[in-house]
Design a protein around this ligand. Sequence first.
Ligand SMILES: NC(=O)c1ccc[n+]([C@@H]2O[C@H](COP(=O)([O-])OP(=O)(O)OC[C@H]3O[C@@H](n4cnc5c(N)ncnc54)[C@H](OP(=O)(O)O)[C@@H]3O)[C@@H](O)[C@H]2O)c1
Length: 276
Amino acid sequence: MHQVALITGCSSGIGYETALMLARNGYHTFATMRDAKKSNPLELVIKKEKLSLSILELDVSDDASIEKAINHIQSEAKRIDVLINNAGYGLIGFFEDLTLDEIRKQFETNFFGALNVTKKIIPIMRLQKSGTIINISSGAGQIGFPSISAYASTKFAIEGFSESLMYELFPFGIKVIIIEPGVIKTDFFSNCIVSKHSMEKSSPYFQSLDRIQKNMDLMQEHATSPIDVAKLILEVLSYKEPNQRYILGNDVAMILEAKKNLSDIEFKKMMMQNII
Ligand SMILES: NC(=O)c1ccc[n+]([C@@H]2O[C@H](COP(=O)([O-])OP(=O)(O)OC[C@H]3O[C@@H](n4cnc5c(N)ncnc54)[C@H](OP(=O)(O)O)[C@@H]3O)[C@@H](O)[C@H]2O)c1
């Protein structure tokens, strides 16, 4: 019997590549995206390779849309073995320049969106007595950076949620895994929303943000391919007893290792000298 997978945010990047990776490796995959008009590139590959991959509309910030997609999968495939909470975007701006409305929207997608999909999937997996939930966090789920306080907060929240959920669902045979990618070569950076006030020259952070964004552009030159994230996900899904976290990318691995081994003061110095 084919394993059934549901992935959010498959119009591009990590979601797109993971949908293809799972479908090419025997998973009956439901690639979801909030705007079906963006499905063309995926549809072309599906046709060409005759993949067992269906595209469904699902906006993680819209309750009815989540419900509709899950009902569809339930009636077609009768089960859901894998959920990958991938949909997300970055909100850029120093905290003082962010409005609470911008921050709330960031949480609606990156955090509450993932929670809402997970909440509807758990009863299905619990009755099956099996399943795997993979939450796409980030290196920013363990380390804060200037200009992404809201984004990092959503990913820290995803980490705390996932770690707690792992214990809650273990008795029901459901695994919860966190993936922490470093900088990945996707549309993520061009899709980031820059907060309105950050773009005003009168912002006290205008120059700092400009400098940080130039550093981010440099980091993207050595970014990891989203195909590597998809490969990692496929591999992790084959583990009987997976770890709680998987880190991907030399950049993030190096920084996380330093955070583990240095004192807080040493780590802060290292970050300010080399990264920020
Ligand atoms: N790229 C990186 O360097 C990096 C590093 C660490 C973690 N991540 C995480 O990886 C995940 C995927 O990002 P990516 O790099 O693949 O970037 P991406 O190419 O921009 O993909 C993001 C996906 O999320 C979707 N999305 C946004 N809001 C949504 C909503 N309300 N409902 C459903 N889908 C929604 C986007 O759809 P639309 O096309 O409709 O906008 C798109 O399909 C994100 O959670 C991100 O935080 C990325």
